[in-house]
Ligand binder design. Structure first.
Ligand code: AQP
Length: 343
């Protein structure tokens, strides 16, 4: 059965190692295993990028940078079934989001953990966009019939909302949407045992995040490799003198083990086996830092070879092709809700 895979990363700042390991790496690994008939949608949710305040003079550039990072990470835009595009350049995303919003319950959005967390950081001026953005995300997914959506653990609840909306809509109007796979199947698809969440190196109980000002805890994909190595070497750990996979009691060590395993492309249980029994943390830090240096050096070299004009050309082609698919789904929805004649 052909599969449809879709994912996107907001252009609200510089991408982090968390973004890479949680979303880009599984996507690239997935792309290597695509089979005949599979489709792969990779986009920049630029309309999502200002649900929280940003510097708008940087948005266009950040969108292009995201595309360059996708390409430099190994996405081959010449493959026929690979679509790269910006959300804002395909109006069907916004149109479907409005229709879906009329079938989404207020209480459902109120339960979204990301909304609770991000709105609590922002004081008085929380935008309605931050509240409703999971609906736009559902539209992003449902327009293209995505079965698999490689995202980090933090996006799990939003993906589940997309599933709920697809099921609700189909129950009312017939089989309009493909229902994305459940979370467990999503993990199996990207060959991971648990959802990926990379934590801050200064406070390993908090997510590494591109919009939080935590320079020592965050590795940006544009960091100088040696600066990034220093951040790993000074990562907060504990004084238990033992290396274990234990998010509750040793979150700093477990976070390092996770980064180590993903960059080395080995399962986490293997990484744990390698380090089990060691009583000092310096070697784990050193080897993880070396992996980070190698990874950043290679990625940055590849990014620097891609010009703005190349990225824009790829986007234009992708946007024409993705629009055709998005419009077909939107038309079905418009007929279902009665704004377009159904026969
Ligand atoms: N720390 C993380 N660990 C694993 N995965 C992560 N992702 C983000 N942070 C981590 C995954 O990256 C993708 C991009 O998400 P996004 O930019 O659209 O929104 P986000 O989840 O809100 O990501 P950030 O980096 O935390 O952005 P800010 O700080 O702006 O909110 C998603 O697949 C996400 O799971």
């Amino acid at each position: 059965m052909p599969k449809t895979v879709l994912t996107g990363l907001r252009a609200n700042g510089e991408l982090t190692l968390g973004n890479y390991l949680g979303a880009i790496l599984p996507m690239v690994q997935t792309l290597q295993n695509l089979e005949e008939g599979d489709k792969f949608f990779l986009f920049v949710p630029d309309l999502h990028s200002f649900t929280t305040p940003i510097d708008h003079t940087q948005l266009y550039r950040n969108s292009l940078n995201n595309i360059k990072i996708y390409l430099a990470s190994g996405v081959d835009s010449n493959r026929e079934n690979v679509f790269l595009y910006r959300q804002s350049h395909i109006p069907a995303h916004s149109e479907l989001a409005w229709i879906l919003s009329c079938f989404t319950y207020y209480g459902e959005l109120q339960r979204m953990i990301q909304f609770k967390e991000k709105s609590s950081q922002q004081g008085q001026n929380v935008s309605v966009g931050l509240f409703t953005y999971p609906i736009l995300m559902a539209a992003d997914i449902l327009l293209y019939g995505a079965d698999y959506v490689p995202v980090g653990e933090d996006q799990r609840q939003h993906l589940e909302l997309a599933r709920d909306l697809a099921i609700r809509f189909n129950n009312k109007f017939g089989e309009i949407f493909v229902v994305p796979q459940v979370w467990q199947k999503q993990l199996e698809f990207v060959k991971r045992v648990e959802g990926t969440k990379i934590y801050s190196l200064t406070d390993p109980t908090k997510k590494m995040s591109k919009s939080i000002n935590d320079p020592k805890g965050t590795i940006l994909l544009t960091d100088k490799p040696l600066d990034a190595a220093k951040k790993i070497m000074s990562a907060a750990t504990d004084n238990l003198a033992s290396i274990n996979w234990d998010w509750n009691n040793q979150p700093g060590i477990t976070n390092l083990l996770q980064i180590y395993a993903l960059l080395k492309n080995i399962p986490t249980h293997e990484a744990v086996k390698i380090w089990k029994g060691q009583t000092q943390y310096s070697n784990l830090k050193k080897e993880t830092a070396e992996l980070v240096v190698e990874f950043l050096t290679n990625l940055q070299a590849r990014v620097s070879k891609i010009t703005d004009a190349q990225a824009e050309d790829i986007l234009q082609k992708g946007e024409i092709n993705a629009t055709k698919i998005a419009k077909q789904t939107l038309l079905k929805v418009q007929k279902a809700v009665g704004v377009v004649k159904s026969q």
